[in-house]
Design a protein around this ligand. Structure first.
Ligand code: SF4
Ligand code: SF4
Ligand code: SF4
Length: 352
């Protein structure tokens, strides 16, 4: 049943079970939140989503405060903004943040929060730069000097993709995100699926392959379906038009994958721009592959297949469709083998 509450003087409807943060977002009211993500749920760890609820002492984290009928909430009083400025300044001071060169600049939620709070430069001295990035992962770079310990990656790794690699290690000031028993990511049980990278709100985890290839605002987004297997994961290609290259791949938060991808779908996109890709048909002549026209190649293939079928029967021919083909191409290959050649000898190598 729809109920109503007041946020910043605006009366808004909500459904039973929603939090104040969800209701605010649904109505376009910006409340910064760094540890909350729809997929990993509320954590009330970063405390930046603090709001003031009428009749309740102190400030409440919007991500864990249930919306209630007739509730009155203020999200942007001067006191709240000042508290948020202090939190962001402390987060900045706890690491080594250099937005000018950071791969996450332009899509970083800490940077965005600082911008909305009018923080032009950190109020405190920032970290001493003693944390060395972990570059041992094949696809992922971990830079704990930019980690704000929000815990999203831990929940994502343990509960979303259930690979159980990441966790919080150590205690108090030394607390940090570790792989397995605090071994380098490249020596851990990590399968490099990249779910943690996609959900990290800052530059703590970044895709190695994308580094230095283009800023988020320079890239064009193209939504498509992953071509690797039959699951049909939905993904977005981030394309540099100036380089005519795919720079990054992210999963779309829609069925069937809800943002998740495997290592192939997320990182194995180099083949698209490979100089070794065939762009025209080849016919072997005197031991060498010679480029020819499509008419010539198709004519030769048709004559040879017809001859083999006439001499030895349709069961002497088999077809394998490429794992890089689209579903439609695979369907056409199946029809060709069954209806034209007359055999069921058709398969697809969708298992790179
Ligand atoms: S993680 Fe965010 S705030 Fe930190 S350097 Fe990178 S862009 Fe800036
Ligand atoms: S890449 Fe996947 S398996 Fe590895 S730490 Fe991240 S979420 Fe866990
Ligand atoms: S690596 Fe990223 S997602 Fe993980 S705790 Fe640090 S900031 Fe959060």
């Amino acid at each position: 049943m729809t109920q109503a509450m007041t946020i910043d003087g605006q009366t808004v409807g909500f459904e039973e079970g929603q939090t104040v943060l969800e209701v605010a977002r649904a109505h376009g009211i910006y409340i910064p939140s760094l540890c909350y993500h729809r997929k990993t749920g509320p954590a009330a760890r970063c405390r930046i989503c603090l709001v003031q609820v009428d009749g309740v002492r102190g400030y409440q984290p919007a991500c864990t405060t249930p919306a209630r009928n007739n509730q009155v909430v203020n999200t942007h009083t001067p006191e709240i903004q000042e508290a948020r400025r202090l939190i962001v300044n402390l987060l900045l001071a706890g690491g080594q943040h250099s937005c000018l060169s950071c791969e996450s600049s332009g899509r970083c939620e800490l940077q965005e929060a600082a911008y909305h709070l009018g923080i032009e430069s950190p109020a405190f001295v920032i970290g001493d730069g003693s944390i060395v990035p972990d570059t041992s992962g094949v696809m992922i770079r971990r830079d704990l000097s930019k980690c704000i310990k929000c815990g999203r990656c831990v929940v994502a790794c343990n509960h979303t993709v259930v690979n159980e690699v990441l966790d919080f290690g150590y205690r108090a000031h030394d607390i940090s995100i570790i792989c397995d028993t605090d071994v380098p990511m490249g020596s851990s049980s990590c399968v490099q699926c990249g779910e943690c990278v996609q959900i990290c709100p800052v530059g703590g985890l970044v895709d190695k392959k994308s580094a230095g290839k283009g800023r988020p605002w320079e890239l064009e987004s193209v939504d498509t379906t992953c071509p690797y297997c039959g699951v049909g994961c939905q993904l977005t290609l981030h394309v540099s038009k100036s380089r005519n290259r795919i720079v990054r791949v992210t999963g779309r938060e829609v069925p069937p994958n809800d943002g998740m991808l495997c290592v192939k779908g997320r990182y194995a996109f180099d083949f698209v721009a490979s100089p070794e890709r065939l762009t025209q048909p080849l016919i072997k002549r005197e031991g060498k592959q010679v480029p020819v026209s499509w008419d010539e190649a198709l004519g030769l293939a048709a004559r040879r297949l017809t001859r083999i079928k006439d001499e030895y029967g349709p069961e002497s021919i088999a077809g394998i469709a490429s794992s890089r083909d689209t579903n439609e191409n695979a369907y056409a290959a199946m029809k060709f083998m069954r209806a034209v050649i007359g055999t069921n000898n058709i398969d697809n190598c969708a298992r790179t």
